[in-house]
Design a protein around this ligand. Structure first.
Ligand SMILES: [Zn+2]
Length: 300
């Protein structure tokens, strides 16, 4: 098999995503490595090994999933379960920007599906014009990547194979994390390969993928008999859109009376960003400024 590299500028950047198609035009393949960003996410949220693995799977699957949408502004995915982990939330923005958190980062155990419990997966897309669309389905297995694969197949009617594989340290924290998404292109002869006996059956794919492989190696493993052309390459990183200004706008929504009460008690507002774990403080002077602004806008 041969690779024709059109973008090889980012060797040495560990977290990255490659988009490719087979030269016969039958499949699109997306592969990625996410070691650093999932470690960053786990550290920010002080995750238990189980929560770290669940979040790693979700962030990696979301990075792959986002490539199925060309004109998006933001894609959010929520796995909402009834188990002790409660939920997983991720979102992706163009340029490989990802963030996420879990409902209970201290949740322990060996089995992610059990920790998540039965529930729903929701996908929220926001396009450049600010329009939201949402789809919801029952979780197919609770294994996170399989749930998103199920969503692509059932809700979006795109036959897909989406897998995340990881190697963990002795504690069970992810060290090396890789993901693969394969989809037959319209008009190609690809769909048979996704079946139970095909080259992309769940079992065969799971056996052929290794978390320590570079994205180029992963590409070679997915369909070893096919010539693959890389179309693009992009870095992936954990990054959040929160900042002091946004936090203050959020605090202002408490309303004038609530803010005045906090000011009277000499109490500053402390806010933690769910997505990245960053702590913000709006001191009493800041609250006074917010009240002034609210009164000004009311006067106008
Ligand atoms: Zn944040």
């Amino acid at each position: 098999m041969g690779l024709s590299l059109r973008a090889g500028m980012m060797e040495g950047v560990k977290d990255r995503l490659l988009r490719a198609i087979t030269s016969d035009g039958c499949y699109r393949i997306v592969v990625c490595r996410t070691d650093r960003l999932v470690a960053d996410a786990s550290r920010r949220h002080a995750c238990s090994p189980l929560a770290a693995r669940a979040l790693a799977r979700a962030l990696t699957a979301t990075a792959l999933f986002a490539t199925t949408d060309k004109g998006y502004y933001r894609i959010g995915v929520q796995w909402m379960g009834r188990g002790p982990l409660r939920s997983i939330h991720t979102d992706a923005r163009p340029g490989g920007i990802l963030r996420g958190y879990v409902g209970d980062p201290s949740s322990e155990g060996a089995d992610i599906a059990k920790a998540l419990g039965g529930g729903l997966i929701a996908v929220i897309r926001q396009d450049q014009a600010g329009t939201f669309t949402q789809g919801t389905l029952p979780l197919s297995s609770g294994n996170v990547d399989e749930d998103l694969e199920g969503y692509l197949c059932r809700s979006e009617q795109i036959p897909s194979r989406l897998r995340v594989v990881m190697d963990c340290d002795a504690e069970g924290r992810p060290e090396q994390v890789a993901g693969v998404l394969v989809q037959p292109l319209p008009g190609g002869a690809g769909e048979a390969l996704l079946g139970d006996r095909g080259g992309l059956s769940r079992e065969l794919l799971a056996r052929s993928l290794r978390a320590d492989q570079a994205p180029e190696e992963l590409l070679e493993q997915v369909l070893p008999s096919e010539q693959v052309n890389i179309l693009s390459e992009e870095p992936l990183a954990f990054s959040c859109a929160c900042n002091q200004d946004r936090v203050e706008r959020g605090v202002a929504m408490l309303g004038r009376d609530e803010l005045l009460e906090m000011i009277a008690e000499g109490q500053s507002a402390e806010v933690r960003c769910d997505f990245c774990g960053e702590d913000y403080v709006v001191p009493v002077e800041g609250l006074c400024k917010l009240v002034d602004e609210l009164e000004e806008s009311r006067g106008n």
